[in-house]
Design a protein around this ligand. Structure first.
Ligand SMILES: [Zn+2]
Length: 105
């Protein structure tokens, strides 16, 4: 998406500058600290977020944030590939939040 590297899944979801900005936002939002450099580590971290969450609505939202961000990154990269749209991290974040607030979409 950043056009600086080959688009592998690992790049798209972890090392891409767009992805890194998303994870930085997530850290501020729910204190999700992505330490890993591997996709397995990412899923693992998402699951751990789930386990430590309580039943508050805030915890429910944070449980869904990692998959929502991954999904939003994936859509953004598709739209970049097929429609050549520019990718802005804020827009990716907005669509991740949109998925969360519109679960039926
Ligand atoms: Zn990139």
């Amino acid at each position: 998406m950043c056009e600086s590297a080959e688009e592998t899944p690992k790049h798209l979801f972890i090392t891409c500058s767009v992805a890194r900005q998303l994870w930085a936002l997530l850290k501020v939002a729910v204190d999700f600290d992505l330490q890993t450099q591997s996709l397995n580590g990412l899923w693992e971290a998402g699951r751990n977020l789930k386990q430590t969450g309580d039943r508050s609505s805030r915890a429910k939202v944070s449980q869904s944030l990692v998959p929502a961000v991954v999904w939003a990154l994936w859509l953004a990269s598709n739209s970049k590939v097929f429609r050549n749209t520019r990718v802005y991290p804020e827009n990716v974040w907005d669509s991740a939040v949109f998925f969360l607030s519109n679960p039926g979409v």
